[in-house]
Write a protein that binds this ligand. Structure first.
Ligand SMILES: Nc1ncnc2c1ncn2[C@@H]1O[C@H](COP(=O)(O)OP(=O)(O)O)[C@@H](O)[C@H]1O
Ligand SMILES: [Mg+2]
Length: 224
């Protein structure tokens, strides 16, 4: 897998440059800058409603910034075909939503869409999905298992960046730990670039990545 190079055209590697986002007259993101290097993991913390999800959604254009620019591999994300952008930039949500059908069918979606030759067994292994679950009805899985399927499904698109919106918040402690370990292994083994939102500062510290707080529409680095 070829990791992404996130950069601001001709200046530095960055995703966000003076990005502003207002919702119903409230400014949520205010001249926000963020630089994410190729293969880097950054975590973003912040109170509920501070705009963390909005910030992630801007990266794969589930939402649009009012002004400012967001670059991916030196190219403004608006210049990408949205479909291609969402393949390159995978997203994992707090509450996993599986597609109807078997686990197998969920994992095969990327192949169908993009013609990729993914090894389903390797995907399952990478995401700690027991092989005997491959033929199970995805809707019947536990929340933790569903989240692993969602991560595997995102990987099946062979993304360059993975956006993680509180991926362990809806899980019990044991499942949360499994997902956290799985994500950290993926980063180590595949060099995936990750933007990981978490409300858990200890988790953010365990990732070993650069940590930010989203406050008053901007990111402040957590140096402690
Ligand atoms: N679709 C929407 N329409 C209007 N306001 C929204 C919408 N989505 C989020 N907001 C508002 O934007 C702010 C930031 O939300 P969000 O990005 O979800 O924050 P966080 O993920 O940090 O909890 C909140 O005040 C929220 O109420
Ligand atoms: Mg959120």
């Amino acid at each position: 897998m070829n990791p992404v190079h996130l950069e601001l055209k001709n200046v530095s590697r960055a995703v966000f440059r003076r990005v502003n986002k207002t919702r119903v007259k409230t400014q949520i993101l205010s001249s926000l800058d963020l630089i994410v290097q190729r293969g880097e993991l950054v975590t973003i913390m912040g109170p509920s409603g501070s705009g963390k999800t909005t910030l992630l959604r801007l990266i794969n254009r589930l939402a649009e910034a009012d002004s400012g620019s967001i670059m991916l591999n030196g190219k403004d994300i608006k210049e990408y075909d949205p479909f291609e952008l969402r393949r390159k930039v995978g997203m994992v949500f707090q509450i996993p939503v599986v597609f109807r059908g078997s686990v197998n069918e969920n994992l095969a979606v990327g192949m169908k869409l993009w013609g990729y030759e993914n090894d389903i067994y390797a995907l399952a292994r990478d995401c700690v999905i027991p092989l005997e679950l491959l033929n199970a009805d995805a809707e019947q899985l536990s929340v933790g298992e569903k989240q692993r399927v969602c991560i595997a499904r995102a990987l099946a698109n062979q993304p360059e960046v993975l956006l993680l919106d509180e991926p362990t918040s809806a899980l019990d402690a044991a499942s949360a730990e499994k997902i956290e370990t799985l994500l950290l292994n993926l980063r180590k083994e595949k060099g995936l670039t990750m933007v990981w939102i978490t409300h858990d500062r200890e988790q953010a510290k365990r990732t070993g990545g650069k940590r930010y707080f989203l406050r008053n529409g901007r990111l402040e680095e957590d140096h402690e």
